[in-house]
Design a protein around this ligand. Structure first.
Ligand SMILES: Cc1cc2nc3c(=O)[nH]c(=O)nc-3n(C[C@H](O)[C@H](O)[C@H](O)COP(=O)(O)OP(=O)(O)OC[C@H]3O[C@@H](n4cnc5c(N)ncnc54)[C@H](O)[C@@H]3O)c2cc1C
Length: 504
């Protein structure tokens, strides 16, 4: 299969995925392409998706985005971690923090040393040994140039879309307002050739990016790509979302608080808090969910909670013929680890790397799909881990999660960790070994053995080694300002002169 040379790119949909794709392709390859985005204001966007992971900063640096401009435009705050509450058992709490834990060496990761020290009664919590972990716990933060913290953002999804739209239009993306009614395909190849709008306008293209959200108008509506359902592993399928006024000091982490049939999020922005109740409709009715959610909010809601339905899973192919699906059209893993925005930002970056300039061809499609699939399946495993590794048995939902079979790839990882404390990040995996360790230990998987490296140290040596790491972290965290103070000072500074150059 070889299509014609690709010059005209049409992006269908203007949610966060559509505008990220538009901004990235025009920034990376603008002079070589003619990029048009079609969106329908009448249909609107999903309007959630406010917690991110640190890769967003790499994406922003590729786009040459000034951090202050971004923070002002989107009311964003900084995120160092997710606090998981009530997951292993009711009242349990641990953080999954960004950055590294302790100091690892080539032979063994830090947690092996910590496990040895703990078995001898020489240490406190594992979380004492993470810079980001401790900064998050204490609500302290210092970002910007020269910051040593690994951090991401909490942002306003609607404002982020507008920010990216302004950026994209400045650098040459054409926007067409209108509702896509039908999709034309080549009768021989099945390639999409044009989008027909309700207005009668016809938009032709060589390559189409499907960013139409859950509707998946091109990849599913036209190409019938097919969907792989993962809801037997991740059965939450509903979310109620609402914003509340800010209350209490700003904290640099997302809260993910488990309840009887799912969990709820709390995402603090500069001006308000995003809240959501995620649940499984197999176990909890919408009416009961609404009542429960109302009782959980710590401030007045700013509007009626909005119900969003989804099904966890993935499109069988992310790139099919001349259509690349990005965002919710490509599938959805529930938002527990805030990975959706990352997935389409890395998806469009990968597309720029594998761009089919001389024509869409199958080896390129296969390579793209293989990379996307690997990353997605490991993220899926990581999210399933939070449900599987639990000792909660208070509801049918949690008992069923404990009992469910999980993908072999996850089963093997859990067994390896339980038997030997070994955790790893393979090439193409998003989550670092430290992330797996924090969640596995946080959810009470207790390794039976660990690397013997630290056995060569006396109690005194081990205690000293660990306390010097902890002292360094305590000292560094004490030097950071409270997050709110940092944001105020940082945003009061004048805008940077000139736009920073993209890093590629
Ligand atoms: C409950 C929930 C919580 C989430 N939380 C997070 C999170 O914390 N972190 C994270 O990274 N991600 C999160 N996500 C995912 C995140 O919201 C999405 O990945 C992100 O918003 C991108 O959405 P999208 O652009 O693919 O779709 P949408 O925002 O739905 O945009 C679809 C676009 O297509 C257009 N469109 C559709 N049909 C037509 C048509 N016929 N004609 C013209 N235009 C059309 C719409 O107008 C719109 O512009 C969450 C998702 C859900 C459901």
């Amino acid at each position: 299969m070889m299509g014609k040379p690709v010059k005209k790119v049409v992006i269908a949909g203007g949610g966060t995925a559509g505008w990220c794709a538009a901004a990235a392709l025009s920034r990376f390859l603008g002079p070589l392409l003619d990029i048009t985005l079609v969106e329908s204001e009448e249909i609107g966007i999903v309007g959630v998706g406010e917690s991110t992971i640190p890769t967003i900063r790499t994406f922003h640096s590729f786009l040459g985005i000034d951090e202050r401009e971004f923070l002002r435009a989107t009311n964003a705050t900084h995120k160092l971690a997710i606090a998981f509450e009530n997951w292993g058992r009711d009242k349990d709490r641990y953080l999954h923090a960004f950055g590294e834990m302790g100091v690892s060496n080539w032979m063994a990761q830090f947690h092996h040393v910590w496990l040895e020290a703990r078995s001898r009664g020489l240490v406190g919590d594992y979380g004492n040994y993470g810079f980001e972990y401790q900064a998050a716990e204490q609500g302290r933060f210092q970002g910007g140039e020269g910051s040593r913290l690994s951090y991401a953002y909490h942002l306003d999804a609607v404002l982020y879309g507008r920010f990216l739209r302004t950026l994209s239009e400045k650098i040459g993306v054409k926007r067409i307002e209108g509702r896509i009614q039908t999709v034309d395909q080549d009768s021989e190849t099945g390639f999409v050739t044009a989008l027909n709008l309700e207005s009668g306008q016809r938009i032709e293209g060589d390559l189409f990016i499907d960013c139409t959200g859950f509707r998946a108008l091109l990849t599913e509506g036209a190409l019938k790509t097919g969907y792989e359902d993962w809801s037997h592993w991740l059965p939450t399928d509903r979310a109620l979302a609402v914003q509340t006024e800010s209350r209490g000091p700003l904290m640099p982490y997302t809260r993910a608080i488990a309840h009887g049939e799912g969990w709820r999020w709390r995402i603090p922005l500069q001006n308000r808090v995003g809240n959501g109740l995620v649940y499984s409709s197999q176990y909890l009715s919408d009416e009961d969910a609404r009542q429960r959610f109302a009782g959980m909010l710590d401030a007045e809601p700013l509007f009626e909670p909005r119900l969003i339905r989804y099904q966890t899973g993935t499109r069988r192919l992310t790139w099919n013929k001349n259509v690349v699906a990005l965002g919710l059209s490509s599938g959805f893993i529930e938002p527990l680890e805030s990975t959706s925005i990352h997935l389409f930002q890395v998806g469009v970056t990968r597309l720029a790397q594998l761009f089919p300039f001389s024509g869409v061809n199958q080896p390129l499609i296969d390579r793209y799909n293989a990379l996307a699939r690997h990353e997605l399946e490991r993220i899926r495993d990581f999210v399933i881990l939070h449900y599987k590794a639990t000792e909660r048995d208070d509801t049918a939902f949690w008992r069923d999660r404990q009992a469910m079979p999980v993908p072999d790839t996850l089963q093997e990882r859990m067994e390896l960790f339980r038997e030997t404390a070994e955790a790893y990040q393979d090439a193409g995996d998003l989550f670092r070994a430290d992330s797996w360790v924090q969640v596995m230990m946080g959810q009470r998987i207790a390794p039976k053995t660990w690397h013997r490296l630290a056995r060569m140290m006396s109690d005194t040596e081990l205690r000293q080694a660990l306390s010097s790491i902890k002292d360094r972290i305590d000292h560094a965290v004490a030097a950071l300002p409270p997050q709110e103070q940092f944001i105020r000072t940082y945003l009061a500074a004048p805008p940077a002169h000139g736009r920073p150059q993209p890093a590629m």
